[in-house]
Design a protein around this ligand. Structure first.
Ligand SMILES: O=C(O)CCC(=O)C(=O)O
Length: 364
């Protein structure tokens, strides 16, 4: 399948659409008679249902001393779940694999695909960059970290533009900050991303979408490197598969973040908008990423849908994530809980140990 074929907005939704249009069996309580009906929801109605079922957590709190005063270093972080269905995630992951194959065969531009030298655990990960070439550290040409002005990478593939439109339409990113670049990170078991604050060549907010496996992202003003791929930080946020973590405010700029060595293979895609003055030379904005408008629904409103039984649909505020299902008391101390709860801790140190999860040290 070509990239152009995948550019169809409907196509990301295709499997989900089938799911939602499945036949419904109604049992008549009095007669026991079975009636099979096929709900005919318009595309807008289906999108509305999915949009209303997105769970959004915006109440992360971790107090740390910043310039002599306690401040919530997680202010500005948001975790959105339910943006991508399982079928959509599979489609995206399959596409990433095809990109990886192209990269290995030299079919992508030289700076698009980078595979790290694997010489010790906890070193690097495969990256595939689109829209601009980001330099993580001073390179052999002495370029500082940031967007390289003279290096070319491939343009954002159509399927990723579909994702970007979804993120803006579904109120994950504001229309003032439509991403025009992205980095795919492919983590094999043991790969990590070390503590960093994203470069200011990119605007805030930006976001990361997680695929294949859940892992923790650590935040803290002072993230310590304990060993290869092992870091210590103040707060861990589990990123469920298919979730989108938005970084903004102090959560993006005061706290550093890192992903410790992952227990199992994982893919993430970080979407960011370049500062206009930092765009690579000759960069032309993508016409199909202009004028994207958020859906004009309010996130928390009840609506009556035109379903056969006219039921009310309401956004659930309870977050049911894998972390809850694991039922670990240890993890639940630091993990986000239902939408309207607030979790607050002063920097007490969370050490991430591979295979053992998060240990909470209350520091005496
Ligand atoms: O993989 C992730 O979730 C984090 C990625 C990240 O921090 C980055 O791309 O800068």
């Amino acid at each position: 399948m070509s990239w152009a074929d995948m550019a169809q907005e409907d196509e990301l939704e295709e499997e989900e659409e089938r799911e939602l249009s499945k036949r419904v069996v109604n049992v008549n309580a009095a007669t026991g008679e079975l009636r099979i009906t096929k709900p005919t929801l318009s595309r807008e109605q289906r999108e509305y249902i999915r949009f209303m079922n997105v769970k959004r957590q915006r109440d992360f709190i971790c107090l740390e001393r910043v310039n002599g005063k306690f401040a919530n270093i997680l202010e500005g972080l948001e975790l959105h779940t339910g943006i991508f269905s399982a079928a959509e995630q599979k489609r995206i992951v399959d596409f990433v694999y095809s990109l990886q194959e192209m990269g290995k065969k030299g079919e992508l531009k030289a700076r698009t695909y980078t595979a790290p030298q694997k010489w010790m655990r906890g070193k690097g990960r495969v990256t595939i960059q689109f829209g601009c070439c980001y330099n993580y550290a001073v390179d052999k040409n002495r370029n500082p970290p940031g967007i390289l002005q003279n290096d070319v990478v491939d343009p954002i593939p159509p399927l990723f533009k579909v994702i970007i439109r979804r993120l803006v339409k579904w109120h994950v990113l504001p229309p003032t900050c439509v991403p025009d670049s992205c980095i795919v990170n492919i983590y094999e078991e043991g790969d990590c991303i070390p503590p960093h604050v994203d470069n200011h060549d990119f605007l805030r907010p930006f976001c990361t979408v997680s695929f294949l496996s859940e892992c923790d992202i650590l935040f803290g003003t002072n993230l310590k490197v304990i060993g290869a791929g092992e870091f210590e930080g103040s707060f861990a946020i589990p990123m469920p598969v298919g979730s989108v973590l938005v970084l903004n405010g102090r959560g993006a700029d005061v706290a550093k973040h890192c992903v410790p060595a992952v227990p199992t293979k994982r893919i993430s895609i970080t979407f960011r908008r370049m500062d206009e003055s930092k765009r690579p030379k000759g960069y032309a904005p993508e016409p199909d990423l202009q004028d994207i408008q958020p859906l004009s629904y309010e996130e928390d409103k009840i609506i009556r849908l035109n379903t056969p039984r006219g039921e009310c649909q309401r956004q659930s505020t309870r977050r049911v994530g894998n972390s809850e299902m694991r039922g670990s008391a240890e993890r639940s101390l630091v993990h986000p809980e239902p939408h309207d709860s607030t979790w607050s801790r002063r920097g007490s140190g969370i050490r991430w140990n591979r295979g053992r999860g998060v240990n909470v040290n209350f520091g005496g």
